[in-house]
Design a protein around this ligand. Structure first.
Ligand SMILES: NC(=O)CC[C@H](N)C(=O)O
Length: 367
């Protein structure tokens, strides 16, 4: 199959198509993780995006039945340098080519992914067309022109119905009950909470604060998710009510962190090309330690906008100084921009889930 990448500024990359025979429009971003392509492609936060992988060999350990972050591939396309069609891994059940064909997602290999990355670094993320069905450059230009980059994907990525998930712990203690405000959660976030003896209730996008509090949760968790946090207006409103009404512990990751910031009166902005990969250095001001973190975000919380709203900045990105975490000075509320659940990436910041558990226990004891 022919493989075509067309950028909105007219730049064309020709390679070979794999996966699904089709055409998609999305925002072209790059991910620097050296492993974890299956987890990345099934992370719902990539909905609407075409991922250019900087690691040059993709597909070499195949696709397994245990490495999914959700049930489907959310990215709209994937661009790789060398594609491996003969995976070596005892867990592998199929090649990435077959998987993407089944999942309806086009891929292109054999293009200069370094050049694409440099382009994004210089110009910022761009609108792009990926095609494996032999369309012409002028057709691609037209499709690109017509294509819309949406910001409200979180409304579609969240669960459609209230969903309860049992604790996975064999502890004798009664599980903590956590209300999960869903924006398109990664599976391993849920596992990290369930393994720490939490019973979860996932709520669809826009569920009213009253309904969530009627379930008498011990804590509220705000998930990751795709799109522009400012487009999550309904959820921001309900989170604002939850902060004012409940006083119970809250923890947010990525989109959850951004929504929390806006609900508190802060602002977010779009980064030039975002942070996506498995080795982003973050400084924790509380522990005075640096951690290597897994990241996937295109927006960030504006520093000045949030310190005036009762929040303390707890984490900073070591590459560009952007806000990576915050904590309320008086209320049991904290959040991080990076991914303590890893998947893929280092597990070094898993202690943040323990912190949330400790907060909920303390709050319960004081009640
Ligand atoms: N992983 C996420 O939750 C990403 C949040 C948001 N969509 C962003 O790109 O910044």
């Amino acid at each position: 199959m022919e493989g075509l990448i067309y950028l909105e500024d007219g730049t064309v990359f020709k390679g070979t198509g794999f996966g699904f025979k089709g055409t998609a429009v999305g925002e072209l971003v790059f991910n620097t993780a050296m492993t974890g392509y299956q987890k990345i492609l099934t992370d719902p936060s990539y909905k609407g995006q075409i991922i250019n992988m900087t690691y040059p060999l993709i597909g070499n350990y195949g696709i397994s039945s245990v490495d999914n972050e959700s049930e489907k591939v959310h990215a709209f396309g994937v661009v790789v340098k060398d594609l491996c069609d003969m995976p070596s891994n005892s867990n592998s059940i199929m090649t990435i080519d077959k998987w993407l064909r089944d999942m309806g997602v086009p891929g292109v290999f054999g293009v200069d992914t370094r050049q694409i990355t440099k382009k994004i670094r210089n110009k910022g993320t761009v609108k792009c067309v990926i095609s494996t069905e032999g369309i012409s450059i002028s057709e691609a230009a037209e499709i690109c022109d017509r294509g819309q980059i949406r910001g409200d994907w979180m409304k579609e990525a969240a669960v459609k119905e209230k969903t309860v998930m049992k604790s996975l712990s064999d502890s004798d203690e009664k599980p903590l009950s956590v209300a999960v405000i869903d924006f398109g959660v990664k599976g391993n976030i849920l596992t990290c909470l369930r393994e720490r003896n939490c019973e979860l209730t996932l709520y669809p996008y826009g569920t009213l604060a009253e309904q969530i509090l009627a379930g008498k949760p011990d804590g509220i968790f705000l998930t990751n998710g795709p799109g522009d946090p400012e487009k999550a207006e309904e959820a921001i409103e309900e989170v604002r009510h939850l902060i004012n009404m409940s006083g119970i512990p809250m923890f947010g990751i990525c989109m959850g962190h951004q929504v929390l910031a806006i609900a508190l009166g802060g602002k977010t902005y779009k980064l030039k090309y975002g942070h996506r990969g498995g080795n982003h250095g973050v400084f924790d001001k509380n522990t005075k330690r640096s951690y290597i973190t897994s990241q996937n975000h295109g927006y960030a919380v504006q520093y000045e906008s949030i310190i005036l709203k009762g929040m303390e900045i707890t984490h900073l990105n070591l590459n560009d100084g952007t806000v990576e975490g915050m904590e309320h000075r008086d209320l049991p509320i904290f959040s991080v921009q990076f991914h303590p659940e890893a998947s893929p990436g280092p597990n070094d910041t898993g202690y943040l889930f323990d912190k949330f558990i400790a907060m909920m226990k303390e709050d319960k004891n004081n009640a």
